[in-house]
Design a protein around this ligand. Sequence first.
Ligand code: ZN
Length: 457
Amino acid sequence: MKEKEPISVSRHLEFDQVNRELLAFLDASPTSFHAVASMGDMLEAAGCTRLEEGQPWSLEPGRGYYVTRNGSALIAFRIPQKDFLGFQIMASHSDSPAFKVKANGEMEVDRHYLKLNVERYGGMLCAPWMDRPLSVAGRIVVSTRDGVAVRLVKIDRDLLVIPNLAIHMNREVNDGYKYNAQKDMLPLMGCVEDGGDAAGAPGYLYRLVAEEAGVAPEEILDADLFLYNRMKGTVLGMNREFVCSARLDDLQCAFASLKGFLAAEPAESVAVHCVLDNEEVGSVTRQGAASTFLRDVLHRINRAMGRGEEEYLTALASSFMVSADNAHSVHPNHTDKADPTSRPYMNGGIVIKYSANQKYTTDAVSGAVFRTICSRAAVPFQVFTNRSDMLGGSTLGNISGTQVALGTVDIGLPQLAMHSPYETAGAKDTAYLVEAARVLFSTAVRGDRDGSWQVIG
Ligand code: ZN
């Protein structure tokens, strides 16, 4: 195993530039559909070719491709120049907890107000969704001459607010409050004239959305619409140490993975940038980590390169996956919530996550391989474990392993306020992960004997 000369961090990492691009990406990506569209634009700008699952694939060595499923999950890959060894994968997720507008989503109150009937998607912090400008984004499905077609929509103006109840009407609220999603969390959208819309007519929301999409309201057959936070992301702190935005979990990792993928040099293995949907609701969907999406794509790459099942299974043994989903930093007001010895801090580098019950896939072998990659990238890393008396969260690595079983490490970037609509992370850590991803995708891991790994590149 030949050690590469470590790359100087200062030479390769431009924190301000990375944060500007990250914030622009987050602003353009209020839903998983928009995140996938944003990534598709970046991939096409870099010369990658879009593939469709519904059409045959013919792949050429040295070229980059991407494919989407449901418009909300995306896998990009680059084929090496010569016959490949395995797959180097970084997997993250495109979704974040949010409120979804229900079918029949309009409610009149006292024949005066119009509010939206919404339900929870995932497990969010409820309180920070209140008393701030919100709007609506997602996709609509319109009727066409020969069927239906999807259009993305983002109403790009302050449209809604979820007003708190005044303290005078709930004096005990500051002593702890149980939010009722059906009662407390419905956003106010306007005032209506007596009677409102006639039954069966397209509602107010569909009219706004139709205008945005440039279609007639009657053409909208169905929709997946979510509330999103209008507050723009920013870099703050006395030395600009922190980046704050909606959806850092997990678009910060998805963005870093893609930037690393685009910057990588050709390697012996297929580089695979994988962003799956529905992690926040358990991953058991057609485009989630429990689905066949990743497995199908790897199979098709293998077959398109003229290889058989034996070569596919051999390749899996020489493959490595980084499951990248954000991690909890030590909280300055709640230092006791962190483990006594593993205490990740924002700007301290990439967090390697461990869990004895394997909610995180990291074991000594995959941890060691990832530490080797971080060392070659010359980026700092730190360690997360839950307190032994606390249950932690879960993520997509172990779920994906039920479909494609390969050596996997769970990592993330340290952040605060996870699942708030405005989260806080370190201003340096995105660039660290970009660089680690670049090295991962420029590397191959040879595992031709069980328990013995060579890190090549
Ligand atoms: Zn996450």
